[in-house]
Design a protein. Structure first.
Length: 108
């Protein structure tokens, strides 16, 4: 079936080329209006997340340092008590050993 051509109508090939060009323009417009802003947002979110993780890491490091300082202070306090009360410390250690021994024996 042949389609009669008319001088005022564009050719089928010209229409195909126009549709292809329009598709390319639509794709570029979509990249500019949708993809690039989404990429920018993702990059900004990644940077914000990285900063938050770094800040959390610093807070954790500070907490660990404070816990270490507290542990050293408690160790020094216990060592001082043991030096002042050696027999009480021996009795306490003996009692703890007996209790742990009984607990372990009871599980068998």
């Amino acid at each position: 079936m042949s389609v009669p051509s008319h001088p005022d109508l564009p050719s089928l090939q010209a229409l195909r080329e126009d549709v292809i060009a329009l598709g390319h323009e639509a794709a570029e417009l979509a990249r500019e209006r949708l993809l690039r802003p989404a990429q920018d947002l993702a990059r900004d979110l990644a940077h914000d997340s990285q900063r938050q993780v770094e800040a959390a890491g610093e807070r954790v490091a500070d907490g660990v340092e404070q816990a270490g300082d507290l542990l050293l202070a408690e160790r020094d306090l216990a060592a001082g008590w043991i030096q002042k009360n050696p027999w009480a410390a021996v009795g306490l250690a003996f009692g703890a050993g007996v209790i742990l021994s009984e607990l372990c024996r009871g599980r068998r």
